[in-house]
Design a protein around this ligand. Sequence first.
Ligand SMILES: Cc1cc2nc3c(=O)[nH]c(=O)nc-3n(C[C@H](O)[C@H](O)[C@H](O)COP(=O)(O)OP(=O)(O)OC[C@H]3O[C@@H](n4cnc5c(N)ncnc54)[C@H](O)[C@@H]3O)c2cc1C
Length: 496
Amino acid sequence: MSHQKQKRQGFDYCKEVKSMYDVLIVGAGVVGGMLARQLSRYRLSVCLLEKGHDVALGASKANSGIVHGGYDPEPGTLKAKLNAEGVQKMYDTARELNVPCINNGSFVCAFGTKEEEETIRALYARGLENGIEGLSIISGDEARRREPELSKDVSLVLDVPNAGIVCPYELTIAAVGNAMDNGVELKLNCHVNSIKREDGIFTVTSEEGDVIQGRFLVNCAGCFSHQIARMAGDDSFTIIPRIGEYMLLDKNEGKRVSHTIFQVPTKEGKGILVTPTVDGNLLTGPNAAIAEFLENTKTTPEGLDIVGRLAAKSVPSINFRQVITSFAGIRSSEKNGDFIIRPANSVEGMLHVAAIDSPGLTASVAIADYAIDRLREMGLATVEDPTFNGHRADPHAFRKMSDEEKDAYIKEHPEFGRIICRCETVSEGEILQAIHSNPPARDVDGVKRRTRSGMGRCQGGFCLPYVMKLLKREHGVAMETITKKGKESKYVTGKM
Ligand SMILES: Cc1cc2nc3c(=O)[nH]c(=O)nc-3n(C[C@H](O)[C@H](O)[C@H](O)COP(=O)(O)OP(=O)(O)OC[C@H]3O[C@@H](n4cnc5c(N)ncnc54)[C@H](O)[C@@H]3O)c2cc1C
């Protein structure tokens, strides 16, 4: 490839940039982010284009965060293959990127009916066919011995020891950050609205006025991937958006269960789960309903009621008065039910990595590797870059120190002794790190997702003005421009 990879710091979202890259990736969710990171292992110039003001704002922000064991997908599908391959790759990658990922195991529960118990046996057989090791079927009593809060109605359980939990947006931020540290360029606020190909070169333009060129184009646009396909003249698939709603509970509910507790899956999905999160909260959800429109992430009283009722069916002792927030995510499904990872119809050089619904998070590293194999078949030359460094510094290193170590560290770095978020004990030093590492936090929610500042019981009631002051000072901007989540979500309009 003719383009020298350059190590770049920070990000570039200038208007009217005219640049040429080896690979353009549309969409900075976990799939685009992981692909960017895996491509940064090679001597390639790569640009990641994202319409949002930060990465991980689509499905990769709002999902269950489960590393699925791989018993669920239909054998022979891409989902089955990449789920099975993806589990170990996920654990390894999370370790390299210093993203918390815990192998807590999952239980899939039947509640006394013959049909459900048959489903448990069928899932076990399917898991074996998919090559998943360690699965076993245990009685309800054995499951309750290991999970005392499990409902007495649970009669039979599929024990899935390879399953785990991970923070999905932290994983995405880390993947993109590591890709940027290795030379990938990220363009935020770059809403792709036209794609043309001439003489083997893609010219992509955005609503904001960017004009970017590349030899290969990868469509990782999640729910909007059919729109990206159509821009290039391919209407071979349509995404069906399906909403899933959640309730997140305070940390004092976080130890109700140690495994992720599923009910037997239905046609609509893997069913309502109850799970600890890597941060020590308890998560319940998601339901499954067709979303009215592609960006509909509003929760509804009806949806949350279903989540609450079904979660209590698995773990009756959950105290729902401890709910601290609710949220929803949109699955991007397709009628055939499988991932779409293939070259675009009659558009040379374009690869779709679309319809990546569950288990897309689990499989994201395997998806990226599979996509790179397809790009090679399409003519992309991949020469290893010996300077690639897959390790990302631990953003939570301070948190993990002993009290004595913290004391010594604070003497050298007093900003780590100033606590900004009292609920989650987040220091000014950690917020500054989030503002200055790749990809930099630029708004209040960006700081929140990177540091947990504002995620505790008071949901930012105390720390918000301090976080705003730090964003203002570090980015050198006016207070009136600080937003919650980009665009028009401003907090203040001026001085009184
Ligand atoms: C409710 C729910 C629960 C789930 N639970 C799990 C789970 O427990 N385990 C698991 O393995 N998987 C789970 N998944 C699936 C997983 O979340 C997805 O597979 C994964 O997040 C998909 O990532 P993505 O990068 O393809 O899409 P996204 O994260 O949606 O990213 C697509 C990106 O493209 C950008 N974009 C779109 N259009 C344009 C444009 N025109 N120009 C520029 N950028 C654009 C968007 O802004 C977005 O950032 C769940 C999904 C949902 C919704």
